[in-house]
Design a protein around this ligand. Structure first.
Ligand code: ASP
Length: 405
């Protein structure tokens, strides 16, 4: 099936203007058959996300005045969106049900799920797509893990009869009750929908142009990474990159789905593409202080020669190291800065074999605390290779940390 699953995050659904942008994107591509939505997020800096308002209301149910203020604020936001979009939809029954659940303050998961549920109903109406409740297709097993087999069975009826639909993110069903994913979990819903629909492409729309090497809010020189593989994305997500929920990666990776992270507010930018290693052998990872580490597996060097060349054209190569089972190119991305730097950079390369993924993450954290220029990579066989200025000192420090962990 030629089908794209799209997920839109909270800022993309925060206001009437942003929802109009979402609709333009969806209507502009007939292959977008499934749209997963978050709850409306922040419209401006000090605004409160709907999910956070629901949490506040849940915990203030015993304080009548406070409760009714927050509840009214929630209802007002949805009503403003409905009015601004000029659609006819009555959510009276849903609001009543929400108010009752909030007052009872028993079912936290149900209450929080209403943020995405109400939003999905509205978006389905504007797009004239069908609304499918996530509880009817996303099933958890008794351990609380997503049960893909049960979800596949449950979704069959819907997929046979409906062509275009909107699904609320962030929750599914466990033993006939709503169960939430962790915060930011609509990304996971999107990934699961891509698996269920056998989609080859999952587009995750957010409010930044893609995955950045460093946090663009913190560092002005942050650069977008055009393409990377799932293993590196996991590494970045575990190291605090917030662009995507780390738990959705395994679904995409296992099913060989390509992920495209895009910006709702700048859709002409192609964003970041993430795929399995065999699709993208060349990887660029930014580590510290503007240094890039690019790695190409030796058996794919010739097929990658073009990509190596394009990288070499862009950056000043400091050193090329061969002889490990990969070719490492250490390069400085700030060409201007490099030109003024006369001293050549000597780098020791340390190769640690068979380090588990978890330990690699610890290693990465340890390394990033040291005042060193560090180049680091976890390779496919789980071995780790990195370059540092003062090899011996760093190595001792690392061994100590890893062995005592
Ligand atoms: N609305 C939920 C949250 O704020 C889930 C999501 O946006 O993905 O965490």
């Amino acid at each position: 099936m030629d089908c794209i699953v799209c997920k839109f995050g909270g800022t993309s659904l925060a206001s009437v203007e942003s929802i109009k942008k979402v609709c333009e994107i969806v209507k502009g591509n007939k292959n977008i058959k499934c749209v997963v939505v978050s709850a409306p997020g922040k419209r401006f800096k000090n605004d409160t996300k709907i999910t956070d308002l629901l949490i506040k209301a849940f915990y203030s149910s015993s304080n009548n005045k406070k409760f009714s203020e927050i509840y009214q604020e929630i209802v007002k936001r949805y009503k403003e969106i409905i009015k601004g979009l000029g659609i006819k939809i009555s959510l009276m029954h849903d609001f009543k049900e929400l108010k009752k659940a909030l007052k009872e303050a028993k079912d936290y998961d149900f209450v929080l799920s209403r943020g995405e549920y109400l939003c999905a109903k509205i978006i389905a109406k504007v797009l004239a797509f069908n609304f499918i409740d996530a509880k009817d297709i996303i099933k958890f097993d008794s351990m609380g893990n997503v049960d893909i087999t049960a979800s596949k069975t449950a979704s069959l009826d819907f997929f046979n009869t409906e062509n275009y639909f909107v699904v609320p993110g962030f929750y599914g069903e466990k033993k006939q009750k709503i169960k939430l994913f962790s915060r930011g979990g609509s990304d996971i819903t999107g990934a699961i929908m891509a698996v269920l629909l056998k989609s080859k492409l999952y587009q995750n729309y957010t409010d930044v142009d893609g995955v950045f090497d460093v946090d663009p809010n913190v560092c002005k020189k942050a650069r977008k990474i055009d393409s990377l593989n799932y293993q590196d994305l996991k590494l970045l997500a575990n190291c605090g990159a917030q662009v995507l929920h780390a738990d959705c990666i395994k679904f995409l990776q296992e099913n060989n789905i390509v992920l495209n992270i895009k910006n709702t507010f700048n859709p002409s930018n192609f964003g970041t593409i993430v795929a399995n290693k065999d699709k993208y052998n060349g990887v660029m990872l930014n580590l510290q202080k503007g240094l890039y580490f690019s790695v190409f597996k030796s058996n794919s060097i010739s097929s990658n020669i073009e990509s190596i060349r394009s990288i070499l054209n862009q950056v000043k190569v400091i050193k090329i190291i061969e002889g490990l089972d990969c070719l490492c190119i250490l390069a400085n991305r700030e060409l201007q800065e490099y030109k003024t730097c006369t001293k050549s950079v000597e780098i020791d390369v340390i190769n640690i074999l068979n380090l588990s993924y978890d330990k690699s993450v610890i290693l990465f954290n340890v390394l990033s605390q040291l005042d060193q220029e560090i180049l680091f990579l976890v390779k496919e066989d789980n071995s780790v290779c990195f370059g540092v200025n003062d090899g011996e000192k760093v190595l001792n420090h690392i061994y100590e940390k890893i062995l005592t962990y």
